[in-house]
Design a binder for this molecule. Structure first.
Ligand code: AMP
Ligand code: MG
Length: 337
């Protein structure tokens, strides 16, 4: 990989600028967005790959460089609560309360889509997902660009989401215009996605804002999309996701039996000279810490050349629910001990 020094301290890595999270560089990144380019940027959840949400051609390039199926809609990011009215055609019951309570933060709301947002963003759906991130670099970039930014996670489709600028470069160097390096993402897993366009508020993807917190704010029950049959409730949910290169076996069941099975599997594969990676063997770890480390750990196994990854269930409380959701999607097989 060639790294060359550019004027004004900008660095280009095979055509992708690595920008520092300061005024001048953010202004330059905003300029790239305004002109229809693609910039990866840090948010509190994971790194996003941003394009002007009102620019259909730029949004199509996001799908191209990620290799993302065209029927998997993007989340639009805003820098102020008022900007919601550019993106959404109307606010269903409860939307205003949730925005007041949880924005800026890791909660994406699925709402009726405004005509300012092209079909490409929402994969043709009449709805749009929108959120206001809390990361200061993301907020400055969106505000400076002066336009809402459509941004999926900044990884090649199917790979673990990036939580560091180096992850973005590993997947997308040379394919995007720039990445702003804001250091590691504090939450580490993607936002909660909540659909407010149906009869009942429906969590399409668990994240840091929990079902309990949402129900409390709304004063009513919310449903969680999970074990569905037939048509997936959210288009992106049918694809395998977040996957390292090595096969991942997710072991669930009672703790003692899990531990025993993992030890047996580890011995079995090591005897066959396979390099076995163990994910999160420590059950006492805070689920927020597990979330923060999850994608970095999956990518590290790739780098270490693991042949097989054994992952263990953690309690689905707080961010543990989001971690288990991502692990289940990353898993080649789920085995009940
Ligand atoms: P990503 O940006 O990679 O985290 O993926 C965004 C996810 O948000 C998609 O995979 C969908 O599951 C969900 N999403 C985005 N827009 C919509 C929408 N209009 N309706 C339902 N789900 C959506
Ligand atoms: Mg993604």
């Amino acid at each position: 990989m060639m790294i060359k020094n550019m004027s004004k301290g900008f660095h280009s890595i095979t055509g992708t600028f690595l920008l520092q999270p300061h005024g001048k560089a953010i202004a330059r990144a905003a300029d790239i967005i305004r002109r229809g380019g693609l910039v990866a940027f840090p948010t509190e959840t994971v790194y996003g790959l941003g394009a002007a949400a009102t620019d259909a051609a730029a949004v199509r390039r996001i799908f191209q460089v990620k290799g993302r199926p065209a029927d998997n809609p993007l989340i639009v990011h805003v820098s102020a609560k008022e900007q919601l009215y550019v993106v959404a055609a109307s606010l269903p019951e409860g939307a205003a309360e949730l925005v007041d309570r949880f924005w800026p933060g890791p909660l994406s709301l699925v709402l009726p889509r405004s005509s300012a947002i092209p079909d490409e963003v929402s994969a043709g759906l009449p709805t749009v997902a929108v959120r206001m991130p809390s990361h200061p670099v993301a907020l400055r970039l969106i505000a400076r660009a002066g336009v809402p930014i459509a941004a999926p996670s900044a990884n090649r489709s199917g790979r673990p989401s990036p939580t560091m600028a180096s992850h973005v470069l590993a997947d997308l160097a040379g394919r995007i215009d720039a990445v702003i390096d804001g250091g590691p993402c504090p939450v580490g897993v993607e936002s909660t996605v909540l659909d407010l366009t149906g009869a009942v508020p429906l969590i399409l993807r668990p994240g840091a804002i929990t079902a309990e917190a949402i129900a409390k704010c709304l004063g009513r029950a919310v449903e969680i999309a999970g074990k569905y049959s037939g048509k997936p409730p959210s288009p992106g949910m049918k694809y395998r996701h977040y996957s390292p290169r090595a096969p991942l076996l997710l072991i669930t069941g009672p703790p003692a039996r899990r531990e025993k099975l993992i030890a047996a599997l580890k011995r079995h594969y090591q005897r066959r000279n396979l390099k076995v990676g163990l994910l999160m063997p420590d059950q006492s770890v805070d689920p927020a810490v597990a979330a923060r480390r999850l994608y970095r750990a999956l990518r590290a196994f790739d780098q270490q050349g693991a042949d097989l990854i054994l992952a263990q269930e953690i309690p689905a409380v707080g961010l543990g629910a989001a971690v288990m959701n991502r692990l289940a999607k990353a898993a080649t097989r789920i085995i009940k001990a």
